[in-house]
Design a protein around this ligand. Structure first.
Ligand code: UDP
Length: 235
């Protein structure tokens, strides 16, 4: 059993039934899934994305500088973290949002000690703002945070049930990997489940990652219990 996990939730997971923005119903469902993990005795840190509102790489251009676009992207993650923390608490899952970009008016600044203190009190810690610098994604921030918080494993929640050798939406004969080495995930160009900077950081520190389908009941709890779910990427 994994005792402390980092769950990476992308913005896309939070938009639920909508084309963008935040779906509180989806967030409440996620709260229920995380609650099973917490009840089983795991501490949970969430790194939240912002793609449901803005992604730097897409927003940049036409006069918007990349740094500005990334700053907007980071603000988007703060919006998600605030709403997510509310829905989690309302669902009976104690949670606190912390941010890596300064937003004193709306959320507490992330510090290592503050995050630890919340975890020790049995609260889920939701981290916004990625790493707080441009030209990065929340995938890379998730790996960095997992290392910083000593997480046993990163659960990367996706639409599909693991890593495939080619896009399963486009190819009928796509094969799912049950396991992959971090080195393979870095080197194989077709493996795009996380950006290469994120995987490379994980590989450098032998940080295991499990890629699983979010919208499959009990997937998170099963993965935490050590069952084979999705694709495990490890050293
Ligand atoms: N971002 C950034 N630095 C970070 C993390 C995120 O500049 O450390 C920006 C970047 O523009 C990114 C956006 O925030 O596109 C939203 O994050 P991401 O694209 O990772 O969200 P997701 O795809 O997971 O929803």
């Amino acid at each position: 059993m994994y005792t402390r996990i980092l769950l990476k939730l992308s913005g896309e997971q939070l938009q639920g039934k909508y084309d963008g923005g935040f779906d509180a119903q989806r967030a409440a469902w996620i709260a229920g899934e995380i609650k099973k993990a917490v009840t089983a005795g795991s501490e949970v840190v969430v790194m939240v994305g912002g793609g449901n509102y803005a992604r730097g790489a897409q927003l940049a251009g036409g006069g918007v500088r990349r740094v500005t676009a990334d700053n907007v992207g980071m603000l988007a993650t703060v919006m998600n973290a605030l709403a997510l923390a509310d829905v989690f608490n309302e669902s009976g899952l104690a949670a606190r949002a912390l941010t890596n970009i300064k937003a004193d008016q709306v959320a507490d600044q992330f510090t290592h000690r503050r995050a630890l203190s919340h975890l020790e009190k049995g609260r889920v810690v939701i981290v916004a703002g990625g790493i707080g610098r441009p030209y990065l994604t929340t995938d890379t921030a998730a790996v960095s945070l997992a290392l910083e918080m000593d997480c046993d494993v990163i659960l990367k929640a996706t639409k599909v049930d693991g890593v495939y050798d080619k896009d399963p939406a486009k190819f009928d004969d796509a094969q799912r990997y049950e396991t992959l080495s971090l080195q393979q995930a870095v080197e194989q160009p077709d493996i795009k489940v996380m950006d290469k900077a994120a995987i490379a950081l994980a590989a450098d520190h032998s940080q295991s990652i499990i890629v699983l389908k979010l919208l499959e009941e009990d997937n998170i709890a099963r993965a935490i219990a050590g069952e084979q779910v999705g694709t495990t990427i490890s050293a």
